[in-house]
Design a protein around this ligand. Structure first.
Ligand code: SF4
Length: 216
């Protein structure tokens, strides 16, 4: 019954978190003279027409007023209690160039996620922060240098087991300061031709491929 009502209003949360709302809805729908019949009809509808996997909307008497059907989201409603949305992280990444045609890479701390692998530096975009501002801040905080953020090189979407990331990668120019390993284990200036000697996480390999294509 909860399933049918949740579809009727295209409920945006799992039914278990909106019991009062569903209860109020059923009270509004019920003809007080025929409450028992209404409940039975609703149960029959849920068992035969508005089924969990493939609701037979085309023969459903509620089709015209069913919000989930009209939004074409009937198979996504009701939302499952257990399926929490996968967190999504927006990341700003810098490919920092120096005057000698080298790029700056850093080795992640050994004990964290992807520990010991090399990467292009960057970090998480804060709320209301632009990608360019994020990159500039992260590089200042984590490497202690000033850069100018330039054109976008590539956007890489990557899914880990418990979250997804979007890497917004920009070409950057080194302006001042000696890079320091403040939030990583090591930093190095390297030529593109030397990158193969360093183990990178999978998502970074797409950045390297885009860089090479750009510099053909
Ligand atoms: S139209 Fe489809 S989703 Fe809506 S109540 Fe009927 S069977 Fe369920």
């Amino acid at each position: 019954m909860k399933r049918v009502l949740a579809r009727l209003v295209a409920l945006e949360v799992p039914p278990g978190r909106a019991l009062a709302q569903l209860w109020a809805l059923s009270e509004r729908l019920i003809d007080p003279e025929a409450g028992r019949d209404f409940n039975q009809a609703l149960m029959d509808l849920g068992a035969t027409v508005c089924t969990p996997q493939n609701p037979a909307c085309l023969i459903c008497p509620w089709r015209s007023s069913c919000r989930a059907y009209n939004l074409n989201i009937q198979t996504q409603v009701p939302m499952s209690e257990t399926r929490a949305p996968i967190p999504h992280k927006e990341i700003g990444v810098a490919v920092i160039w120096n005057d000698r045609g080298q790029v700056l890479i850093d080795r992640r701390k050994a004990d964290g996620l992807l520990g010991g692998l090399w990467e292009f530096p960057g970090g998480k975009v804060e709320p209301d922060e632009t990608i360019a501002a994020c990159i500039q801040r992260e590089i200042r905080e984590e490497l202690g240098i000033e850069i100018a953020v330039g054109d976008r090189l590539i956007v890489v979407d990557h899914a880990y087991t418990h979250f997804r990331v979007r890497l917004n990668v920009h070409h950057c120019r080194h302006l001042s300061g000696e890079p320091q390993a403040i939030a990583c284990d090591e930093v190095r200036w390297v030529l593109l031709s030397e990158l193969d000697a360093y183990p990178f996480p999978k998502a970074n390999l797409q950045i390297i491929a885009a860089l090479r294509q750009n510099n053909l």
